[in-house]
Design a protein around this ligand. Structure first.
Ligand SMILES: [Zn+2]
Length: 214
C-alpha cells in the first residue's frame, strides 16, 4: 500500500496520472484511502435491495473492492442504483433509520420513501477540480444525496430546502449534522458552492482519525 501510494504520488507529481470521467484532463494524487475491509461483513439482503457486483479497478487509482450496487435501504428507494464500497452500506442504513426517519417524523409527520442519489462511484478529482486530490467517490467511499421524498409525494431538496421553510431547514440540518456520527466527511451547502444542492457523505480514513463536517 505504501509503495503504491508513493508510486502514485510520484506519477501525480510528474503530471502523468490522468483522471478519468472528465472532459478536461485532470491530474490528481491519491491518499489510497478505502473503507475498512472489516466493515463489509453485513449481508446485502439485510440492507435492502442490494447486491454484490464485480470489483472496479480502472488502473489509475480509481478502485472499488467489495463493490455493491444498492437500490434501496430498507423501505427507502434510491432514484438510481448507487455503486459503493460495501463499507458504506451499514452507515447508510443506520443514518436512515436512526436519523432520517425520526427527523422526518418530527418535521413533517411522515416517513421518507425515497432519496435522490446525485452521485456514488465516480472516477474524478475532488469537486472536479483539476489538480485536486482524488475524490472519495473514486473509491466508492462516497454518496451524494440531493433530495428526500416523503410518503405524501412532497420532495425536500437540499437546493431549496436548506434556506426554505423552517421545517425543511430543520430537517436538512439535522440529517446533515447527525450524519457526522456515521460518516467521516459530511459536506452540505455551508461548505462551498459545489455542495449547494446535495449532501456529500463519505468514509474517508484520515490518518488523524478526525471527521470533517460542514
Ligand atoms: Zn460527493
Amino acid at each position: 500500500m505504501v509503495q503504491l501510494r508513493n508510486l502514485l504520488a510520484i506519477l501525480a507529481a510528474a503530471g502523468l496520472l490522468v483522471a478519468c470521467g472528465s472532459s478536461d484532463k485532470s491530474y490528481f494524487e491519491t491518499e489510497g484511502l478505502r473503507a475498512p475491509e472489516g466493515s463489509c461483513s453485513v449481508k446485502p439482503s439485510r440492507i435492502g435491495q442490494a447486491s454484490k457486483i464485480d470489483n472496479i479497478d480502472e488502473g489509475n487509482g480509481c478502485e472499488v473492492r467489495n463493490a455493491w450496487s444498492i437500490q434501496s435501504i430498507g423501505p427507502v428507494a434510491f432514484s438510481q442504483p448507487a455503486t459503493v464500497n460495501c463499507g458504506m452500506a451499514e452507515p447508510l442504513r443506520e443514518w436512515m433509520e436512526g436519523t432520517v426517519q425520526p427527523s422526518a417524523q418530527r418535521s413533517f409527520g411522515e416517513r421518507v420513501v425515497s432519496v435522490d442519489v446525485a452521485a456514488s462511484y465516480a472516477c474524478r478529482p475532488r469537486n472536479n477540480v483539476r489538480g485536486a486530490k482524488m475524490s472519495e467517490h473514486g473509491y466508492g467511499n462516497a454518496i451524494d444525496i440531493a433530495a428526500f421524498t416523503l410518503e405524501s409525494g412532497r420532495k425536500v431538496t437540499v437546493l431549496e430546502g436548506w434556506r426554505g421553510a423552517s421545517s425543511e431547514r430543520n430537517f436538512l440540518r439535522t440529517v446533515h449534522d447527525n450524519a457526522c456520527g456515521e460518516f467521516h466527511t459530511v459536506l452540505g451547502p455551508n461548505s462551498d458552492s459545489s455542495h449547494r444542492d446535495h449532501l456529500h457523505l463519505d468514509l474517508q480514513n484520515r490518518k488523524s482519525g478526525n471527521s470533517y463536517c460542514r
